[in-house]
Design a protein around this ligand. Structure first.
Ligand SMILES: Cc1cc2nc3c(=O)[nH]c(=O)nc-3n(C[C@H](O)[C@H](O)[C@H](O)COP(=O)(O)OP(=O)(O)OC[C@H]3O[C@@H](n4cnc5c(N)ncnc54)[C@H](O)[C@@H]3O)c2cc1C
Length: 313
C-alpha cells in the first residue's frame, strides 16, 4: 500500500490492538489515535478522509474480533468521557460523550436515583458502542432511553443531530451499523426519577442473573451471534417461544468445543472464550463451524452480533 501519513498531534504508530479488546486478540494498527474530545475526533476523521486513509472507530473493544494481521489504516479510539444530568419536567436528561463507559453511566444514574439504565449493569464498553449496536439485555435496549445522538458525518464532514427515529434502531441494529461514515460523538438519554433502593436492587438482580448464565473471568466479546427471529425458530420447531442462538448451538452438541486457544463456553454456548492464546483464526473457525452446523441441522442462518476489524486490503 502507498505510504500515507497524516499530520495529527498525538498520532501513534504500530500499536498492538489486542489489549484494547475484551477478547485480547488482534494484531497491530499502522496508526492509532486517542480522541479525548469532540474536536480531536472530528479532526482525526477529517484528516483520514482527506488523505483517503482507511479508518476504524474503536470504543471499549468489547464487541470486537480483531484480525491478527492488524489494520493498515488509522484506528481512532473514542475517549470523550463525561456526563451531565439535567431535569426536564418529570424526566431527566443525561448528556454524555460517546466515550463514556456504560458502567459510569449506570452507577451515576443509580447514585442520583434515576431509572432506565439498570439493565446495562455488567455490559462493558462505551455509550457510542452501545448505541451503534443497540445493545440490550433483560428485554430492554438503548432505543428505550436514547433521545438524540450527536453525529459526525464523514461523508460531508458535518456535525448532525439524529433523533431517536433517525437512529433506526432494531434488534442489535441501527443506522450507525449500516453507514460507517456516521461517527457517534455524544448522546442524550432520557431517564425517569425512581427509588434509589429499588434501582440498586434491580441492578443486583440483573448482575446475579448474568453471573449465573455467563462465563466469568475469561476474555470474550459477549454474545457472538444475534438470536434468530421468532418467525424462524417457531416455524422450524413448532414452539411458541423464542429459541436463542445459544440453545441452537447447544442442540448441535457444540458446547465446550475448542479450536486452538478458543472454546465455546460450557456455561453459555453463544459465548466463545479465549483460553489465553487464541488467535483470530481460531475464533473465526469456531464461528464458521457453528454457522455450518446450525444451517445444516436447522436450516437457520446465524448472524454475528460481534463486529470484525479486518485488514482493509
Ligand atoms: C462479558 C460481556 C458481556 C456482554 N453483554 C452484553 C449484553 O448483555 N448486551 C449487549 O448488547 N452486548 C453485550 N456485550 C457486548 C458489548 O459489550 C456491547 O455490544 C457494547 O455496547 C460494545 O461497546 P464498545 O464501546 O465496546 O464497542 P466496540 O467493541 O469498541 O465497537 C463495536 C462496534 O461499534 C462501533 N463503534 C464504537 N463506538 C462508536 C462510535 N462512537 N461511533 C460509531 N461507531 C462506533 C465500532 O466501530 C464497532 O464496529 C457484552 C460483552 C462482554 C465482553
Amino acid at each position: 500500500m502507498e505510504e500515507k501519513k497524516i499530520a495529527l498531534n498525538g498520532l501513534k504508530e504500530d500499536i498492538p490492538l489486542a489489549k484494547f479488546t475484551s477478547f485480547n486478540i488482534g494484531g497491530r494498527a499502522k496508526y492509532f489515535f486517542e480522541g479525548n474530545n469532540k474536536r480531536e475526533i472530528i479532526k482525526a476523521v477529517s484528516l483520514a478522509k482527506q488523505e483517503d486513509l482507511p479508518f476504524f472507530i474503536l470504543g471499549g473493544g468489547s464487541n470486537l474480533l480483531v484480525d491478527d494481521k492488524g489494520y493498515q489504516g488509522l484506528v481512532i479510539k473514542i475517549q470523550n468521557s463525561g456526563l451531565k444530568i439535567q431535569k426536564e419536567n418529570s424526566n431527566f436528561k443525561v448528556a454524555a460523550g460517546a466515550g463514556t463507559s456504560l458502567s459510569l453511566l449506570v452507577s451515576n444514574a443509580a447514585e442520583n436515583g434515576l431509572s432506565g439504565l439498570e439493565w446495562t449493569v455488567g455490559i462493558p464498553g462505551t455509550l457510542g458502542g452501545a448505541i451503534y449496536g443497540n445493545a440490550g439485555a433483560f428485554g430492554k435496549s438503548m432505543k428505550d432511553i436514547v433521545k438524540e445522538v450527536e453525529v459526525f458525518d464523514a461523508k460531508d464532514l458535518q456535525v448532525k443531530i439524529y433523533s431517536l427515529e433517525d437512529c433506526r434502531f432494531d434488534y442489535r441494529e441501527s443506522i450507525f451499523k449500516k453507514d460507517k461514515n456516521l461517527i457517534i460523538l455524544s448522546a442524550v438519554l432520557e431517564l425517569k426519577k425512581g427509588e434509589k433502593k429499588e434501582i440498586e436492587n434491580k441492578m443486583k438482580r440483573y448482575l446475579s442473573e448474568r453471573k449465573k448464565k455467563q462465563p466469568m473471568g475469561f476474555a470474550c466479546a459477549g454474545s457472538v451471534f444475534k438470536n434468530p427471529s421468532f418467525a424462524q425458530t417457531s416455524r422450524r420447531f413448532m414452539t411458541d417461544r423464542e429459541l436463542s442462538a445459544g440453545e441452537l448451538i447447544e442442540r448441535c452438541g457444540l458446547k465446550g468445543r475448542s479450536i486452538g486457544g478458543a472454546k465455546i463456553s460450557e456455561k453459555h454456548a453463544n459465548f466463545i472464550i479465549n483460553l489465553g492464546k487464541a488467535k483470530f483464526s481460531d475464533v473465526r473457525r469456531l464461528i464458521d463451524l457453528i454457522k455450518k452446523r446450525v444451517r445444516s441441522k436447522f436450516g437457520i442462518e446465524l448472524e454475528e452480533e460481534l463486529q470484525y476489524l479486518e485488514h482493509p486490503l
